[in-house]
Design a protein around this ligand. Structure first.
Ligand code: ADP
Ligand code: MG
Length: 504
């Protein structure tokens, strides 16, 4: 049963039981109105409904309205004194949390309701003054859940199919329903309608924009930065990591019930550890691009503050923001650096790290964390405890076939030239020990020369010379590389999945 149906059932039962006060805790007034209207119809009763804009109306008899000059309480009190079993809902309330003239008036009205077996319904996201709350029952009307959003979007598509070009199929509707979590019914409708009008239909590429709408809803947090990811992001190699992400994507987007039925959990986080310039940061963007989710870079280092309590608060705000904008991908780049700021032997650092780790493990929202690290020695061991990272990947220098692939990628793009297979083999041999970034650098160096001097020769020999002149990462950092590989071999999955890890 969805939250809406559940809440509807509760409110209905309270009305039948003539509970004098029912509080519907929600900021979606229109949804509460819809709920009350359907209860009025089902029970064949009249529910009077007040809002500042439309004054007192009947939810069952259209057109009947009474102007109470923005002060409904005397009118409601009058109704409860004259009629038995009257039901009255306030869609607009003033502050209800404290003892005030207004809340005392409300309390008097509730007394009258109690005597005449009436029910007063308050629709408000505010807290309720405890003396008042004692008379009633509180129900929470949440935002539409996944199932409801799916129904709403499917109905929208059906209604507009005949007049607009709509490319969305069943899986697209499911995806849209998943990314639009946190939006109210009205907002979902606004987003769909404006997209429909702007593009004269709903195209498949509109789906990635949907996800970006989310961050506009919530106040920005200084430690979290949205990152724009291009749709045609190319990442060479890393086959095993790509396969893993493809499989986990389906699980990440699976409905809660499907996972619960098999005692499964959505993937939470990966740690990409390894050689610089081999696509760790690039892969964080790849996840967002392939999963069509918004990407946020989380700058953990800026959370630490010298004032007592401030760091915890900043971390709380950041985690709350991420929970709100989920589903999303959050990227913590070079996590070892952020955590070394946190270390410094002080309690605050450890508490804030603890807060983050706890959230990583316990948060129920669909936030997928991609952390990268170049250096494992400084990472705190508690980071690796079971349940935190779904997987650890080791990103190594490209092997021979990966070097061929990345050569093709950059030669094609920057030089508009693809070497022959034989030349590719040769070049891949020459650039052994180069990182992906080293290879990109050499190829683009040649492309720059070509731009400055159009007579520059573009062929395998010229490119080979470029490689010869460059000192690759493996030469400048041989020691670090050895240590990294030794650590990775024992504890992590090789991101390229190849057996010929260190060979050419
Ligand atoms: N696997 C790859 N495929 C294509 N380009 C890559 C790859 N890895 C790195 N590059 C290039 O090198 C640049 C730096 O890589 P990056 O992902 O930042 O490395 P790091 O592993 O240090 O985070 C990228 O922006 C991209 O241009
Ligand atoms: Mg990086």
């Amino acid at each position: 049963m969805s939250n809406y149906e559940h809440t509807r059932e509760e409110v209905k039962n309270y009305i039948i039981a003539r509970v004098p006060l029912v509080v519907i805790d929600t900021s979606e007034r229109a949804r509460a109105e819809k709920l009350l209207r359907s209860i009025a119809a089902e029970l064949s009763i009249d529910i009077s409904y007040y809002t500042d804009a439309k004054q007192v109306r009947s939810l069952s008899k259209p057109g009947v309205s009474v102007n109470v000059d923005r002060d409904p309480l005397p009118y409601v009190a009058g109704e409860f004194s004259h009629k038995r079993r009257a039901t009255f809902a306030l869609g607009d309330c003033r502050k209800t949390g404290e003892d005030s003239y207004y809340t005392r008036e409300l309390l008097n009205t509730v007394y009258l309701a109690k005597e005449s077996l009436g029910t007063l319904i308050l629709i408000t996201p505010d807290s309720i003054w405890p003396r008042l709350a004692r008379f009633g029952m509180l129900v929470r009307l949440d935002l539409p859940d996944l199932q409801e959003r799916k129904q709403q979007i499917a109905a929208f598509v059906k209604d507009h199919k005949s007049r607009f070009r709509i490319e969305w199929t069943e899986p697209d509707i499911e995806y849209a329903a998943a990314v639009l979590s946190g939006f109210s019914e009205v907002q979902v409708n606004n987003i769909l309608s404006s997209t429909l009008v702007e593009h004269e239909g709903l195209q498949r590429r509109d789906l990635s924009n949907l996800a970006n709408q989310k961050s506009r809803l919530y106040a920005a947090v200084p430690s979290i930065h949205p990152v724009q990811v291009s749709e045609d992001l190319t990442v060479s190699g890393l086959r095993r990591l790509k396969e893993w992400l493809e499989d986990k994507r389906k699980i990440f987007f699976a409905p809660e019930e499907t996972l619960r039925a098999r005692d499964l959990e959505p993937p939470r986080a990966i740690l990409l550890l390894g050689v610089p310039g081999c696509g760790k940061s690039l892969s964080a963007k790849m996840v967002a691009s392939v999963w069509r989710l918004p990407l946020f870079r989380f700058d953990l280092g800026t959370v630490y503050d010298k004032y007592v309590g401030e760091s915890e608060k900043k971390m709380n705000d950041a985690l709350q923001f991420l929970d709100n904008v989920s589903p999303c991908v959050v990227w913590v780049d070079e996590i070892e650096k952020a955590l070394s700021v946190s270390d410094g032997g002080n309690d605050v650092g450890r508490r804030v790290l603890g807060q983050f780790l706890f959230w990583m493990q316990e948060s129920r929202s669909r936030v997928f964390l991609v952390a990268t690290a170049n250096d494992i020695a400084s990472l705190p061991p508690e980071l690796f405890r079971k349940g935190r990272f779904s997987e650890l990947f080791f990103v190594d220098l490209p092997n021979r076939s990966e070097r061929r692939e990345v050569l093709c990628q950059y030669c094609g793009k920057a030089l508009h030239w693809i070497p022959e297979p034989r030349e590719l083999d040769e070049l891949a041999g020459i650039c052994e020990g180069f990182s992906y970034a080293d290879i990109e650098y050499a190829v683009k160096g040649l492309a720059e020369r070509l731009l400055l001097d159009p007579d520059t020769r573009v062929d395998a020999d010229t490119l080979a010379e470029c490689f010869d002149k460059q000192i690759p990462y493996s030469k400048t950092n041989a020691e670090t590389l050895r240590a990294l590989r030794a650590w990775g071999a024992d504890r992590a999955i090789h991101a390229s999945g190849s057996q010929e890890v260190h060979s050419t």
